[in-house]
Design a protein around this ligand. Structure first.
Ligand code: PMT
Length: 465
């Protein structure tokens, strides 16, 4: 039971309610309003706390979040060690907070030489801890208490010295001690001079950390603060935050096998010419990344693109629709979900030539034959996986898309208008399923892909019952 002063009730009750989903967890708090300035919190196990009114908001928010941490909380412990890249940690904190992640900062003594704790406190709204012996922690065990609510720890930057400490289990300051005492995943973003990075001792330490399950993000190569250039530059704040957001994605499709096609196909006319289309592969690769984030095992069958392979996916490169078809048939066994994002050429030259066709001054004709419809084939197999199609249309988007879904007999189809979606970083999607249509307003493709994966996971669960 939580007893609130009258003045504070509306504001904070709203907060508590939004943190709890009564359908998924039993209520942790009951609210009652008192008209004095002190607040009494009564918890289920009958612990009683008295709080001053001014700190109630954060306390309640945090307590509510802690109690339902597996459901709603995204809390990160940001560790900062001594290095010039420490200034980037402020931006990391700012971007994480913007994404609704509660950031608790812990800094080493050296980190405080590069950036002030006050900056991090202001950006995160949380007290910054620097001292192993911080007596503000009731039981004086900062190294245990501070990390217990965290979903993960990110050390950014992680200096060569701190990496050495971690690899050898040293615990001589707050940050190294809490890393040793942690019960959550640890990410490090190394940052150091290139010679320090290349030094066998650092490389040995990194191998040890990897063996211990520490996740290493970066570094990148480039200009360094010391004036040299090479490996050891910390990744930019945006990139680090993206990695953390991936970590925080709910694992909706844990261990499901997902087969995805992406990109265009290329149908050869002769040795140097062919028929293709404007698909860049961005949407298909985004779907692959979102599926990986959701914990799926992903096989990506890709037509020719210039994109980086999503890390963690099995990538199969193909050129033509026929090759894509063969790869899909091979990969089908054990597939739970098939997502057909590829812009497969509907036709191929009926008679292609191994040699370059010579120029003539008269007309020549090109006979086209239909390619197999890969999605339709998969959907018609005796025990098909859950099939998701895409529809690229130039007109009558909704009518054509829904007709396509019914014709191909698939449970879900994502429709987009080609001029906006193809070879672009953003798209607007309309999802069609048996319940009707669902608009996903224009957004970056990775965000659309995450929405799509969420939608797939909901439908798949019902479909698979
Ligand atoms: O790659 P990007 O630049 O990011 O662009 C993304 C995209 C616009 C290509 C993508 O969002 C998209 O719409 N992909 C589907 C393109 C397409 O071929 O649409 P379609 O309406 O022709 O085909 C319908 C469905 O059947 C698609 O799922 C397609 O993969 C599949 N199909 C089509 C033809 C064929 N021979 N075999 C198939 O499997």
């Amino acid at each position: 039971m939580v007893l609130l002063s009258k003045e504070s009730s509306n504001k904070y009750i709203t907060k508590i309610n939004t943190q709890h989903d009564s359908s998924t967890t039993e209520p942790v708090f009951k609210l009652k309003i008192f008209s004095n300035q002190n607040v009494i919190l009564l918890f289920k196990k009958k612990f009683i706390f008295r709080l001053k009114f001014c700190s109630l908001g954060r306390y309640l928010t945090k307590t509510a979040m802690t109690t339902s941490s597996s459901l709603h909380t995204k809390r990160l412990l940001l560790g900062i060690t001594g290095g010039i890249a420490a200034y980037k940690a402020a931006e990391v904190a700012r971007l994480l907070v913007k994404k609704d992640i509660d950031v608790q900062t812990v800094m080493t003594e050296s980190a405080c030489k590069f950036i002030g704790p006050a900056t991090l406190q202001a950006l995160t709204g949380n007290t910054v801890f620097t001292d192993l012996w911080d007596s503000r922690i009731n039981n004086n065990m900062a190294h245990i208490n501070i990390s217990r609510d965290a979903s993960a720890i990110l050390i950014s930057p992680a200096s060569a010295n701190f990496i050495a400490k971690l690899a050898n289990g040293f615990a001589d300051d707050l940050l190294s001690t809490l890393c040793l005492a942690r019960n959550c995943p640890l990410f490090i973003a190394p940052a150091m001079n290139r010679q320090m990075w290349e030094h066998p001792a650092t490389q040995r330490n990194l191998v040890t950390l990897q063996r211990d399950g520490v996740l290493i993000i970066g570094p990148a190569s480039g200009a360094q603060a010391c004036g040299e250039a090479g490996m050891g530059r910390m990744l930019e704040a945006q990139k680090l935050v993206e990695e953390m957001l991936i970590f925080f994605q709910p694992k909706l499709l844990q261990d499901k096998h997902i087969l995805i096609t992406a990109g265009p196909t290329y149908e050869a006319i002769d040795a140097v010419r062919g028929i293709t289309n404007l698909s860049s592969g961005k949407m298909g690769y985004a779907v692959a990344n979102a599926a990986l984030e959701a914990g799926a095992k992903v096989t990506l069958i890709s037509g020719p693109t210039f994109l980086e392979a999503p890390s963690g996916a099995t990538l199969i490169n193909v050129t033509s629709a026929q090759e894509m078809f063969s790869a899909v048939k091979k990969g089908l066994s054990g597939t739970d979900i098939f997502i057909s994002v590829a812009a497969v050429a509907d036709f191929l030259p009926a008679n292609n030539s191994n040699q370059k066709i010579k120029r003539t001054s008269s007309n020549i004709s090109l006979l086209l034959a239909p390619n197999p419809d890969i999605l339709e084939f998969v959907a018609k197999t005796p025990k098909p996986p859950f099939c998701v199609g895409f529809a690229a249309e130039t007109e009558n988007l909704e009518k054509n898309a829904e007709a396509k879904r019914r014709r191909k007999k698939i449970p879900l189809l994502a429709a987009n208008l080609v001029p906006n979606a193809i070879n672009s970083d953003k798209s607007e999607l309309i999802l069609f399923d048996d319940n009707g249509k669902h608009l996903l307003p224009e957004a970056p493709k990775i965000e659309q892909a995450r929405h799509l994966i969420k939608h797939v996971s909901l439908l798949y669960e019902k479909w698979n019952k």
